[in-house]
Ligand binder design. Sequence first.
Ligand code: ZN
Length: 385
Amino acid sequence: MVQVITMSIAQVLRWLLIVVIMIAGCVPPPEYMAKTGKRIGLDNDYIRVLLLKDQYKVEVVTTAKTKVIQPANNTIIYNADAKRFVFFDNQLTQPLQFETWNNEIQVNGITVRGMIQLHPVVGKIQVVNVLKMNEYLSGVLPSEIMPGWPMEVLKAQAVAARTYAYYHLIKNNSTYFDLDATGNFQVYKGKAVETEATNKAVESTAGIIMTYNNKPILAYFHSTCGGKTTDDKFVWQGEDLPYLTSVVCPYCKNSPHYSWKVELTLHDIYEALVKRYQSVGKIKAITLGREDTRVTVVKIEHANGIIRMSGNDFRLMFDAKKIKSLYFEAKQTPAGLVLTGYGWGHGVGMCQWGAKEMAQQGMRFDQILKFYYRGIHIMTYNLQK
Ligand SMILES: [Zn+2]
């Protein structure tokens, strides 16, 4: 008799557990959707893109039936027709998620696919676009490469951008987003920029990524290497990744950025320095240190002391188009420095103009990628295996 009662309680508990799981399963929280049940590379994955940072006002305009939920407690606060919603930073007390079953959503004028989440963080609204990997890549490709280029270079770019995205998705940069929509990661401009050719490149490479030791690689890319790519360790101190090593690239000579010349006056340099170093005095001498082809160290002697910085930090003190790369020579003139250089961008990983030429010469996307990223595998990666 006692045993029968015990069994009943166990059965009841089991049923309760099943009911609880079913209720929870109705509206999975976004973290669950983005982080679990993944078959990496098969486009079942959601990525969370920080679309807009620190907004005081956000306008969300939907174009179809809309559901707004509070993911923290799975409460539905709106479930009806398309609508225009406006939020101010002081009104938003907890995260909100807007779903329109993959119809277009506009947020502060940007049209996107997928879902929108608003997160109140440090008194401002952070706008996150949660969408499928291929939908995200379709908004990245036209922002990062010329859509009119040959299909094999577009496919190489799709695989590089997908690999880069998975690297950050797995890395867990933040609790509420995986990467942002700017050049800090890779530029994403939503649905409006999509083109037929770039979407085709994304779809025809669906699921394909580059791995090293069975993990997605940090697939850096840049416009033009200027004849030779460089090791990541010469640009950014710290990591020295085995697949990001210097490669002689004979393919980017037709790039409009292959060589360049720019004058930096002492006034330009002083103005850039004084924003970072308040005690900087009159500049007396500038010395460049080099590794491989790249400027890795810049030493500036001034009236009040000496400043040493990495070549990359020196380059980034100026407008991005001023010093186009770290591959340059400098000649001192009475006015300042005349720089003669090669290439555009950090010079690490795939050289896009080189990749374009390789595609024109008949090479496939996988051959292009294996040329610029050494020792990698190209595969459809499955985290569950
Ligand atoms: Zn190149």
